[in-house]
Design a protein around this ligand. Structure first.
Ligand code: HEM
Length: 442
């Protein structure tokens, strides 16, 4: 069969603009108009997108060697060329094996107390009567969790310094860098790219010092940095300092905003739905008056459903793209090497036969039935599924428990909020403005 791409919109500029501006709606419209799969010509490559679980399953099960990275050059300056996000084949498999253990089971649960303490401190610092975007608070929480649990900074002054350096680096990233490589240039040390590299290099220097300290005194540490340093592959080889630094930056970039944005959405939905909030509070109050016990919180079914439903309705990575390094037959189309394939959570999560009334936020649906990996993909899937998925959900549950059990928040505006693009992820426009009403009487 000759190579043939599915039909789709023609204009590269317009499609790129639409995919950046309003992917949730535009993807749906494209599939309605052209069918599934649909070909989207984008500025950084042609992408064949699907929301059909059978096709998603096939993509996730495809030989990992048959994939390259989409738009690798554009993210390289941010995460470093040795990042797990950018390596492929055997190298990627090895890195994942070395990185995965701290994110599972008892190892990961060791960070539960850090998550609770950090959330409590940031919420208690709010002033009653004041309004602010709640995403600013959840972002400060998820950043500090990474700085402490992943990087292993413990001294408050160094936590603060490191968090500030990371924020400055991320704030200096202009979304255009990620979509247009030509802008990744310094103009005699001036311009946004130069500003970004200066901020990034300050952040890198702090991480390098932390790595050196961990090499010198590895004993008694529980952070993910120490575990990455101790990890060995089948040949007894570990990671170099440069490899470790790129993974630390990657974990920060992949894990910080993602978790914070999802938390902001969860707080938004919970405060628009009095019944759901009351049900969650009843579940939390059932834990008793003592200090929050991370494992008991993580086992609460309705809290779990709240997190799952938020990630379904607001998949903050709406499109997971891989580039074909080998041809693939997808739903009768022979897709050639070089084309991107994209399982779109934004489409799958809107299928009414899986999720009746898909636009409604209804956590109960996750208590009524379970969903397979090709039906529910907020964390992607296959050989690149998010390493931090369990860590993120654990953190979401603990932060929501601390916030709801101990504090009163109210939405400043009760209406719908538009999801807008922030670099690769989608976030609530304005960060969900909320008013802090003070402590909740327990
Ligand atoms: C709600 C929060 C999060 C969401 C929605 C999310 C989502 C995703 C998605 C969609 C991918 C791409 C998966 C694919 O290509 O199939 C991914 C990859 C990744 N995530 Fe997450 N993530 C979250 C939190 C985290 C956290 C907390 C960490 C670590 C601290 C993390 C670390 C990573 C890493 C390292 C990868 C790259 C995996 C690879 O390429 O092999 N993520 N994440």
């Amino acid at each position: 069969m000759a190579s043939r791409l599915p039909p789709g919109p023609r204009s590269t500029l317009l499609s790129t603009y639409k995919a950046l501006r309003a992917p949730y709606e535009e993807y749906r419209k494209w599939v309605e108009e052209y069918g599934d799969p649909v070909t989207i010509p984008a500025l950084n490559g042609t992408v064949v997108m699907t929301g059909d679980p059978a096709a998603v399953k096939q993509i996730f099960a495809f030989d990992p060697q048959g994939f390259d990275i989409f738009a690798a050059e554009t993210v390289k300056p941010l995460v470093g060329e040795r990042s797990v996000l950018l390596v492929t084949g055997a190298h990627h498999k090895r890195l994942r094996k070395l990185m995965a253990p701290p994110f599972h089971g008892a190892r990961m649960r060791a960070y539960g107390q850090i998550m609770i303490d950090v959330a409590r401190r940031h919420l208690e610092a709010l002033t009653p009567g004041e309004s602010a975007p709640i995403q600013r608070v959840t972002q400060a929480i998820s950043l500090e969790v990474i700085v402490r649990a992943v990087f292993g900074f413990a001294d408050p002054a160094r936590v603060e310094e490191s968090a500030r350096a990371m924020v400055e680096t991320m704030e200096a990233v202009h979304p255009a860098f990620l979509f247009a490589r030509a802008l990744q240039r310094e103009f005699f040390g001036l311009g946004p790219y130069a500003r970004f590299t200066r901020a990034r290099d300050r952040g890198y220097a702090l991480l390098d010092a932390q790595i050196a300290e961990c090499r010198a005194r590895p004993e008694g540490r529980e952070d993910i940095l120490a575990m990455l340093m101790a990890a060995r592959d089948e040949d007894g080889e570990g990671l170099s300092d440069a490899e470790i630094r790129d993974q630390l930056v990657t974990l920060l970039i992949a894990g910080h905003e993602t978790t914070a944005i999802t938390l902001a959405w969860a707080l938004y939905w919970l405060h628009r739905d009095d019944e759901a909030r009351a049900r969650l509070l009843a579940e939390l109050d059932g834990l008793g008056d003592g200090p929050l016990e991370p494992e008991a919180v993580a086992a609460l079914p309705y809290l779990g459903a709240v997190c799952s439903e938020t990630l379904r309705l607001n998949p903050i990575v709406p499109d997971i793209i891989r580039v074909l390094a080998r041809p693939m037959t997808l739903k009768g189309y022979e897709l050639p090497v070089g084309v991107g394939v994209c399982p779109a959570a934004a489409l799958v999560h809107q299928r009414p036969e899986l999720y009746p009334e898909p636009d409604r936020w209804r956590p109960e649906r996750f208590l009524e039935r379970s969903f397979g990996p090709s039906e529910y993909l907020p964390f992607g899937g296959g050989h690149r599924r998010c390493i931090g998925a369990a860590f993120a959900v654990y953190e979401m549950k603990l932060v929501l428990a601390v916030a709801l059990r101990g504090h009163l928040l109210r939405l400043v505006k009760d209406g719908p909020i538009r999801p807008v693009r922030r670099n690769i992820t989608m976030a609530p426009e304005g960060g969900v403005e909320m008013r802090y009403e003070g402590r909740r009487a327990e």
